[in-house]
Design a protein around this ligand. Structure first.
Ligand code: B12
Ligand code: SF4
Length: 480
């Protein structure tokens, strides 16, 4: 008779960002009245639930690896407290660059209680050496297959100190994702699907091509269709295709979304503006239920896009493309970055006029966030333009356009911050929120909700930036 294996329990932890989309809060809550604090807390909770609270696909994938004798649970710190009162044989934590400190604190807490900890995720894959002392086990890279090895070793005894794949997982292999470790009702939707990984482009502020490689890898169309059908049985809400560029391979996208037409789903995703030049794919997207697409416009100055290696976005074609997407009945979330290397003080007016001209339904006007490990981070460090020491990764935390982390190339900081805050105070108003909802090609209430939340969130951003400017000793005149 084979020896009976002791059942083992595994906890997978998703760490909340301290601000930003996980519930926007002022970076510094001090000096506020009780009412203002309460308002911020209520808004933060609302944003967390209403806007972005989707489950982490990474942990759904890991918890879908089934082995006899192993149970896995997800603890999503946006909703749950750490279940410290229970016994765990292994705790896995997803470490995002930008939220490293809280992840390490949780690891240390569990380890101090004798529970072994495994760390994985973007930060671990890019900076394994900085994580080594913080964990018993490191999983470096995409963990779709490595996690099974970890669990098998756990079943037999103790996992190894490190798991590292020899390449990227082959996505043509079937790996069904299930939702059994999720509390479905608490999320905005649990229908999160990824069809491709990798990105052929090399934008210098992004680390997707570093983590997932330049080669686009697809899941088989049949497999994705089966997943969508299965997900629909448990949750009929909107689908979120998490691919960085859902139109990256136009032939694949055309086949997949044509197959989804009969399922009558509603979906949102992320695409390049070039989609506007492919009328056939646009029609298929619209027919298959696409309600909104986030497009990375980044800069309207080619000089900026070139400086940051974003070559697939010529500014002259942007406007037509966005208009074509909206004309097909799909809302556009247009994501800009102000402060790129080719930007001047003329840019805010150009962005504002562009938003009006194209009718972008939800504008997002971001500040460049140099993420440690990206090319832009290394370049800004070499040029002496980072506002924090380059090895202090905690300083480069996630937030919502609330602090400058570097010096723009062409605009002095004390002019840059007022021009940014003036821009956001003009773009994010109640009146614009209502107008945008009224002219939205579809989903008017979602467009209204997003814009209203942004009125609040960019208000927070202005307050925090004003404080930063004062702290930097540059005065507060002109900051709105
Ligand atoms: C969808 C998405 C979002 C969604 C949902 C995020 C969520 N809460 O799940 C929304 C819009 C809310 C969002 C928000 C933000 N995002 Co985002 N997002 C993405 C996107 C497009 C897909 C994420 C995803 O699900 N990928 C699929 C899974 C399967 O991949 P994965 O997470 O890397 O997991 C694999 C491995 O890393 C590993 N792994 C991961 N965790 C663990 C844990 C263990 C224990 C183990 C063993 C392994 C392991 O195994 C997994 C399977 O192979 C990525 C880009 C990308 N391609 O990944 C950006 C990305 C993750 N986001 C990014 C950023 C900056 C943000 C924000 C900070 C934006 C902001 N300013 O507010 C916030 C942060 C919120 C947060 N707390 O994470 C950056 C993160 C940079 C980094 N971490 O180094 C990315 C990489 C994009 C980029 N390069 O700019 N995001
Ligand atoms: S920003 Fe988008 S297009 Fe550019 S490298 Fe990252 S994922 Fe690819």
């Amino acid at each position: 008779m084979p020896e009976a294996v002791q059942p083992k329990s595994v906890l997978l932890v998703f760490v909340q960002a301290s601000s930003g989309v996980d519930g926007a809060a002022s970076l510094d809550g001090t000096g506020k009245g009780a009412i203002a604090l309460m308002k911020d807390r209520v808004m933060s909770g609302l944003i967390k639930r209403a806007q972005f609270a989707i489950p982490p696909l990474s942990l759904m994938i890991l918890s879908s690896v089934k082995l006899p004798g192993i149970t896995q649970e997800i603890c999503d710190l946006r909703f749950d407290r750490l279940p410290l009162d229970r016994h765990w044989d292994l705790v896995g934590i997803s470490v995002q660059t930008g939220a490293v400190r809280p992840a390490f604190e949780i690891a240390s807490l569990f380890r101090s209680r004798g529970t072994p900890v495994v760390l994985g995720g973007p930060y671990v894959s890019i900076f394994p050496e900085r994580c080594r002392d913080q964990a018993d086990v490191l999983v470096i890279g995409e963990a779709d297959d490595l996690w099974k090895e970890v669990l098998e070793d756990l079943r037999k005894g103790v996992p190894k100190p490190e798991y590292r794949g020899s390449g990227f997982p082959d996505l043509s292999v079937s790996r069904p994702v299930d939702k059994s470790a999720l509390d479905i009702g608490r999320y905005f939707t649990t229908n999160v699907v990824q069809t491709t990984r990798g990105c052929p482009y090399s934008c210098d502020f992004c680390n997707v091509h570093i983590m997932n490689g330049h080669k686009l890898r697809h899941r088989p169309v049949d497999e994705v269709v089966r997943e969508v059908e299965g997900f629909l049985e448990q949750d009929r809400r909107i689908f979120f295709f998490l691919d960085d560029t859902v139109n990256a391979d136009e032939a694949y996208a055309a086949e997949l979304f044509s197959r989804l037409v009969p399922l009558k789903i509603k979906w949102v995703g992320q695409a390049t503006t070039l989609l506007g030049e492919n009328a056939r794919l646009l029609e298929i997207f619209a027919k298959s239920g696409c309600g909104a697409l986030l497009v990375g416009i980044e800069s309207l100055a080619d000089e900026s896009n070139r400086a940051h290696h974003k070559f697939h976005n010529p500014s002259v074609r942007q406007s037509q493309c966005i208009k074509a997407i909206r004309a097909a009945g799909i809302c556009v979330y247009g994501s800009f970055i102000f402060g790129l290397d080719g930007d001047t003080l003329a840019m805010p007016e150009i962005i504002e006029a562009f938003i009006e001209d194209t009718g972008i339904d939800v504008p997002g006007i971001n500040l460049l966030r140099p993420i440690p490990g990206t090319d832009v981070f290394n370049r800004l460090a070499a040029e002496g333009r980072l506002l924090h020491p380059s090895d202090d990764h905690d300083a480069f935390r996630f937030s919502w356009g609330q602090e400058m982390l570097y010096l723009p190339r062409q605009i002095p900081l004390d002019e840059f911050i007022p021009s940014y805050t003036a821009l956001t105070s003009r773009v994010f108003t109640l009146r614009h929120a209502i107008e945008r909802a009224m002219r939205a090609p579809t989903l008017p209430s979602a467009v209204l909700m997003f814009n209203m939340l942004y009125v609040h969130m960019y208000g927070l951003s202005r307050k925090d930036l004003r404080k930063q400017l004062v702290e930097l000793g540059r005065g507060e005149q002109n900051v709105m």
